[in-house]
Ligand binder design. Structure first.
Ligand code: GLN
Length: 518
């Protein structure tokens, strides 16, 4: 059990020192997946053969003295929204059941070039729409801390895999919080890079102006290293930044050691109070005191338009999603359904395919989006939401005059019970109140484990100005180190023994619900 609980950097060091081989490391993870994933359901697909053959290549290269990437041979899991040649990509939807991409996403090309064995594809809310992974067409993922609770969403599979020691590294996507909120509720680190910092080419688009691919890991340094690996300009993504963001891992390393003197940390007045659980606020306040103790200057900032971020997001995101999802029409990708009765016209095939292939949450958002974009309502809804977006960007600009980084709880609550919010979309949407502003402005954000409340993980979020990802990693690593000194080790050291844990119970009802038509 011990090798698989290490950080990716620690694993890489053992590989470099010849203490273990990549084959042993990959096999240990495959064994762990076989043992615990029937309980957790983090993976939709495992590709043992491919992972082991990449591991063998790395071991041979190392023997031959060839230069290798720092993370070469360390296995990784990939959210099943990111396309992979030769492995299925479902987006958590029946629509893409059985579909295999003919090409790799840019991030996957980079991971293959650096020779990280890809263990498989992880579960998610259908087309990344949700905060609990219960909207997957393939049954929910369970939180490894408590199998009757949700692992967050939409990237619950990646976060649960990392928390359950099934993979040391994973990729996620974050449109409104789907990397950071699962990180918070599973006690893992999740980072959303600056918009454009990582190519989106090959990430199935949800809302293109908000989506970013990012790392899910056990430590801040691992996240920084992984972002450096997958980041940089990509001619295939016209929104990718011209220059790679550099110095991220270095910032995480030095941030973990140095003092915080001179760092101005802004507490956002609007990202606390009503709606945030007491236990979450307590852990947050303790984290702020630790930062203060390490020399940071704590300042109060106000971002008055953040209170409208959620409403504006739920107009912009569905609008873009309704347009992005129009391509799933039964003609170009995945499933095709014929109408039950003739005539078999193209419109009726599309309609039958979409009625069958999409789950209730996806349909809800497509309807919301087409409504918000329809002639006569466009200005009132979509147009107003875009104005709010500009105001949020101005709030950030003003806040970053007073503070170098902003800090807040990542999610308002700890992990809730499976099934408890499935019938209440608005309650589900509220999980992202603290994470959405970053997507609206394109700024980077990271969630760092900040302790437990009621035995469940709480996350603290750092936000930095666009392209200042290194600053975010520095602050995140500093807090991580302060907390580990306090606890005497990483938070994941306190997670339950999954091999002994009885299988959870509440999820079956939830999975039927998610798959059924409302
Ligand atoms: N939970 C949010 C939503 O449902 C965020 C999704 C995401 O970031 N992919 O829209």
């Amino acid at each position: 059990m011990s090798i698989i609980t290490l950080s990716a950097v620690q694993m890489a060091d053992k590989l470099a020192a010849g203490e273990i081989t990549s084959r042993e490391l990959v096999q240990a993870h495959l064994d762990r997946i076989a043992e615990v994933d029937p309980k957790v359901n983090a993976f939709l697909h495992v590709n043992a053969e491919e992972a082991l053959s990449v591991a063998d290549e790395v071991d041979a290269d190392r023997k031959a003295g060839k230069p290798l990437h720092r993370l070469a041979g360390v296995p990784i899991a990939v959210k099943d929204l990111i396309v992979t040649k030769g492995q299925p990509t479902t987006a958590g939807s029946k629509m893409l059941e059985g579909w295999v991409s003919p090409y790799d996403a840019t991030v996957i090309e980079k991971i293959r070039a650096a020779k990280l064995p890809i263990l498989g594809k992880t579960n998610l809310d259908e087309f990344a729409m949700g905060s609990s992974t219960e909207h997957s067409a393939y049954g929910p993922t369970r939180n490894p801390w408590d199998l009757d609770r949700i692992p967050g969403g939409s990237g619950g599979g990646s976060a649960a895999a990392v928390a359950a020691f099934e993979a040391p590294l994973a990729l996620g996507t974050d449109t409104g919080g789907s990397i950071r909120q699962p990180g918070a509720v599973t006690g893992t680190v999740g980072a959303k890079p600056t918009y454009g910092g990582v190519s989106r080419y090959g990430a199935i688009a949800m809302a293109s102006s908000l989506d970013q691919i990012g790392p899910v890991t056990r430590t801040v340094e691992d996240a920084a290293l992984l972002q450096e690996l997958i980041g940089g300009h990509d001619p295939k993504d016209s929104t990718s930044l011209p220059e790679a963001l550099e110095g991220l891992a270095e910032a995480a390393r030095t941030g973990g050691g140095g003092s915080l003197a001179g760092l101005r940390v802004g507490i956002v007045a609007e990202l606390q109070g009503e709606g945030y659980q007491d236990g979450v606020e307590e852990r947050f306040k303790e984290a702020v005191e630790l930062l203060r103790g390490a020399g940071a200057e704590i300042v109060e900032v106000s971002c008055p338009n953040f209170v409208h971020a959620l409403s504006a997001y739920y107009l912009i995101m569905p609008s873009e999603a309704s347009s992005n999802l129009a391509k799933f029409d039964g003609v170009r990708y995945g499933q095709r359904r014929l109408p039950e009765n003739p005539p078999v016209t193209i419109e009726r095939v599309m309609s039958a395919t979409r009625a069958h292939g999409f789950g209730p949450e996806v349909k809800r958002r497509i309807i919301l989006g087409t409504y918000a974009l329809s002639a006569g309502y466009y200005d009132a809804y979509y147009g107003s939401a875009q104005k709010v977006r500009t105001l949020i960007q101005r709030d950030f600009a003003a806040a970053f005059e007073k503070a170098d980084v902003l800090v807040s709880p990542t999610a308002p609550t700890v992990a809730f019970e499976l099934g408890s919010k499935l019938d209440d979309p608005l309650a589900m949407y509220l999980n992202d109140v603290a994470t959405i502003p970053a997507n609206m402005a394109g700024v980077p954000g990271i969630s760092v484990p900040a302790g437990l409340s009621e035995g469940l993980p709480v996350g603290v979020q750092f936000l930095a100005p666009a392209t200042e990802d290194a600053r975010m990693y520095r602050a995140g690593a500093a807090l991580e180190k302060l907390l580990e000194e306090k606890w005497g080790g990483p938070l994941l050291g306190k997670i339950q023994d999954l091999t002994a844990a009885p299988a959870g119970s509440a999820a079956d009802a939830a999975s039927n619900d998610a798959a059924g038509e409302h």
